[in-house]
Design a protein. Structure first.
Lengths: 160, 422
């Protein structure tokens, strides 16, 4: 498992350049351009199970959802950040991408520290230190548990 | 009854609750759902459901083709084609084809957003409609798809921030300088998850001014931004054929609780520029004057309104754009284009050497028209200066008011619009 570390204010243009917004919509089209202007190494070397550690306001900017679709498709387990921009946060809920807002965990991390995650218990361990993060409200967990918003919506429509 | 902020009051109303508190989750049925060129990708996600269930309500959607218009490639042309077919199949009345204008301008100009309404849109600058007292916020494509099918979604009640303005602006200083100044002050994440309410001497700001400010709420992380409904709002709507009995404004209670409060004296604000590559990297123009600029852009959903073009024309009248730079002008809608043409504003801008682009998003997101080359600098009235935003990661984008961009177009260097001769 590799940890990709980024700063504050990582915006949606860094995560997925705007010039591709209306020509790339599905994971196969998105992945080659993921983080293209921020870290060209990312899409070449990212592996399933990797984590992203970032600063404040991760995902700020545009409402484009390609960053979330792309990070989910390459198998990022979770993005751990000091804070997230709200549209990105909603998009992640809707796609079932796990976001963990935990400033202390991000601050505690130094390159090479072992990191482990227990989502059900709401715990993240960085080096020797353990941090807890709050559980999502039930209404939101229901979307994630259904497998994302579209699956949740299908279920709702079927039960009508 | 506890005293509630604007966001609390409107979310209580739409969530069918007597009162709500920050962090509470409510289910709402918004009045409208906005989407644009991304409608093609939205409907692609729900093809089987659209066939089986149809759309929830044909009056919910407002669809505007504005992001890559006219189509720049077979792929974007096909997107537009799919959207036109969808609109026809599902009998969507609020559809605006290429050339009508930028979605956010259209929503307000055509009277789709009214005071006291909730609008959601799959575009981050949906927060613009707070200019006329609506609650509006951006969502992603998947949520827009679900809304088309069900007509409802959840919203978390945000904490609220109260920004109180005092006095009025000095000559040469504009609403764009106000919002850049505020974002520079509180940072790009200073209002994350929050509802931002403007109070105080808002009567000194026109609806165009408020639009510019509300539009950039997302650049400080806000969920929505809102101005009080006053005589300017009422007369703006009247001019569009909307009478006062057609809407119910929602006002915050006087003793509502705010998470944060800020005070800004408008008369203290100077022309400012946001430097690359973040909107909160704001400096007084006096610190950056003289920097050479290759491209000047006036327009976008932030500053493409008639008053912005009039300001530009006043500065450029009888003069020519400096040969070391180029000027792109982008009216925000066909109506603005026509008004600017009839008033002679476009004549002045074209004679000065400006390139008049069709009403749309144009160069702002780097998808076509007006892209930058490595090493180039653009001074723009848009809302974002992110690295790579205008198609090239080795280019630099600076943000300023239309007055500053117009003054700069004449010299090819960042120029203070308060200087003599401007």
């Amino acid at each position: 498992m590799r940890i990709w570390q980024y700063d504050d204010n990582i915006n949606t243009d860094m995560l997925f350049p705007g010039k591709y917004t209306y020509t790339c919509s599905i994971p196969e089209e998105i992945i080659p351009h993921l983080l293209e202007d921020l870290d060209p190494e990312f899409s070449k070397h990212v592996q399933k199970g990797d984590l992203i550690f970032a600063g404040h306001n991760f995902g700020c900017g545009s409402s484009r959802e390609q960053p979330v679709l792309g990070l989910k498709a390459v198998g990022i387990t979770a993005v751990v950040a000091k804070s997230f921009a709200r549209i990105f946060y909603r998009a992640a809920i809707n796609q079932g991408l796990l976001l963990i807002e935990c400033e202390n965990a991000v601050n505690a991390y130094s390159k090479g520290d072992p990191v482990s995650l227990d989502v059900d218990a709401g715990k993240i361990t960085v080096g020797e230190k353990e941090f807890s993060f709050p559980k999502l409200p039930d209404e939101i967990l229901a979307i994630r548990e259904a497998g994302g918003l579209l699956a949740y919506t299908r279920k709702k429509l079927e039960n009508k | 009854m506890p005293n509630m902020t604007f966001a609390e009051k409107i979310l209580a109303k739409y969530g069918h609750q007597k009162t709500v508190e920050p962090n509470q989750i409510v289910t709402v049925q918004p009045d409208h759902l906005l989407s644009h060129d991304n409608t093609a990708a939205i409907i692609q996600k729900i093809q089987p459901e659209l066939q089986k269930y149809g759309i929830h309500n044909p009056n919910l959607s407002i669809i505007v083709l504005d992001h890559v218009i006219p189509a720049a490639s077979e792929k974007t042309a096909t997107n537009h084609q799919k959207i036109r077919e969808f609109v026809q199949t599902h009998n969507i009345k609020n559809f605006y084809d290429i050339g009508a204008g930028i979605c956010h301008q259209i929503v307000v100009e055509k009277g789709h957003a009214l005071p006291g309404m909730i609008l959601l849109g799959s575009d981050s600058h949906t927060c613009s409609y707070g200019a006329i007292g609506a609650f509006s916020s951006g969502i992603d494509r998947t949520e827009a798809a679900a809304l088309m099918l069900t007509g409802e979604t959840w919203l978390k009640v945000p904490r609220s921030i109260k920004m109180t303005l005092t006095n009025s602006l000095q000559p040469g200083v504009t609403a764009k300088d106000v919002i850049l100044h505020i974002i520079g002050d509180i940072s790009a994440s200073g209002a994350t998850y929050c509802s931002v309410e403007f109070h105080g001497t808002t009567e000194h700001l026109t609806i165009d001014d408020r639009f510019t400010i509300a539009n950039m709420g997302i650049e400080m992380g806000a969920k929505n931004t809102v101005f009080p409904v006053d005589k300017h709002t009422i007369s703006y709507l009247k001019q569009r054929g909307i009478q006062q009995n057609q809407y119910t404004p929602i006002n915050p209670d006087p003793d509502a609780t705010y998470a944060l409060t800020y005070d800004y004296d408008l008369s203290d604000i100077e022309p400012v520029v946001a430097l690359p590559h973040s909107v909160d990297n704001v400096k007084p123009i006096t610190e950056i004057e003289g920097l050479e600029i290759n491209q000047c852009l006036i327009g976008t959903c932030t500053n493409g309104r008639l008053s912005d073009l009039q300001t530009t024309a006043k500065i450029l009248k009888g003069k020519t754009v400096h040969p070391s730079t180029r000027l792109l002008v982008l009216p925000a809608s066909r109506q603005i284009y026509l008004e600017a043409m009839n008033e002679g504003v476009l004549d002045i801008l074209a004679k000065a050497g400006g390139v008049i682009l069709p009403p749309g998003c144009g160069p702002c997101l780097g998808a076509h028209q007006g892209a930058l080359a490595p090493g180039e600098r653009c001074l723009s009235t848009a809302n974002r200066n992110f690295k790579g935003r205008m198609g090239c990661k080795e280019a630099e984008i600076y943000l300023a008011s239309p007055a500053t961009v117009a003054a700069t177009a004449l010299t090819g260097k960042i120029t203070d619009p308060r200087k003599e001769g401007n």
